[in-house]
Design a binder for this molecule. Structure first.
Ligand SMILES: [Zn+2]
Length: 308
């Protein structure tokens, strides 16, 4: 049996799991507050990893929301205001010193794609893209069986930061009109403020995408406007990924993918508008939910020889 310690670093918690032969044997969630820096979390993280580790574990795989240099594993950039102290830190050295284990660090969306391809909705797919919808928008791609990383590790993971609206709002990445700046959890306050009339969303403290879809379904006009902007934006982002990476399949992941309207809307948009020379690309929901990135641990360790 070969096992890995898998970490999935999110905005509200870090998931730490022992993954053995494609199965999560144990999982611990470390809650964090939105204002916390990353490096002060390391003592707590190390203690949890010791607790979860068994003799079957031969390495660490950490999914992180940022840009990562593929060879050194050093984090090059993080979303503005989040975990900026992790940039440049020698995590491979830290994991080695603290646990005596080799480590790999990968962008969270790319690890989720690897998990879905090995054990979920992308099994058997050599040409696919992932669109992750949540606080921000993540993406990843695989072409001809090779995971797409590029020169600095940023190829394929910036699908949420391709401009959808050249005259749109500024994004936290520095670009203008990114899909993520137009329609994501963090874009909701701007979308709600721009509504023509006051509605249920104005009275909802910290509304999320699930609230938007639930209210729209119940007939709230303002929520329906926000929902439709989100659907059109995500569909455009998905089709951009199909055109950029010649994908045969799009997998939609993240919390917003659970809303029943999302996958059918994107599938219909891709079916109608893709400039496809072969079979029309399929659009499916992720099969592994929040476990996708954790289950990407083993395929990440096995993927280095198959990347571009
Ligand atoms: Zn952006």
């Amino acid at each position: 049996m070969t096992g890995y310690l898998a970490l999935d670093v999110g905005g509200s918690h870090i998931a730490c799991a022992r993954v053995v032969d494609g199965r999560i044997e144990q999982r611990v969630h470390i809650p964090i507050t939105s204002s916390e820096w990353f490096l002060p979390l390391l003592p707590r993280l190390g203690a949890v990893m010791e607790e979860v580790r068994t003799s079957s574990v031969i390495g660490v795989a950490m999914a992180f929301p940022g840009l990562i240099e593929p060879r050194s594993g050093r984090i090059l950039s993080t979303p503005a205001g989040k975990y900026e102290d992790a940039v440049g830190y020698d995590f491979y050295g830290w994991f080695g010193d603290r646990l005596g284990l080799p480590a790999k660090i990968e962008v969270d969306g790319r690890m989720a794609l690897l998990g879905e391809r090995a054990f979920g909705a992308l099994q058997g797919q050599d040409d696919a893209v992932l669109l992750g919808l949540g606080t921000g928008i993540g993406s990843a791609a695989i072409m001809g069986g090779a995971i797409v990383r590029g020169r600095c590790g940023q190829a394929s993971v910036l699908g949420g930061h391709c401009s959808i609206d050249a005259a749109g709002p500024p994004c936290r990445c520095g670009n203008i009109g990114c899909a993520e700046a137009v329609a994501s959890t963090w874009a909701l306050p701007r979308l709600i403020a721009a509504l023509p009339a006051r509605g249920a969303l104005h009275d909802t403290p910290e509304p999320d995408l699930k609230t938007v879809f639930d209210l729209a379904r119940s007939g709230d006009t303002g929520a329906a406007i926000v929902r439709d902007i989100c659907l059109r934006t995500w569909a455009a982002a998905a089709l951009n990924l199909v055109h950029a990476y010649d994908a045969a399949c799009v997998v939609i992941t993240g919390g917003a993918a659970e809303a029943p309207e999302v996958v059918p809307f994107i599938a219909e948009h891709v079916r109608r508008h893709a400039w496809s020379l072969g079979d029309a690309p399929s659009v499916v929901r992720g099969a592994l939910g929040a476990d996708a990135a954790l289950l990407g641990a083993a395929p990440l360790w096995e993927s280095d020889r198959d990347s571009v």
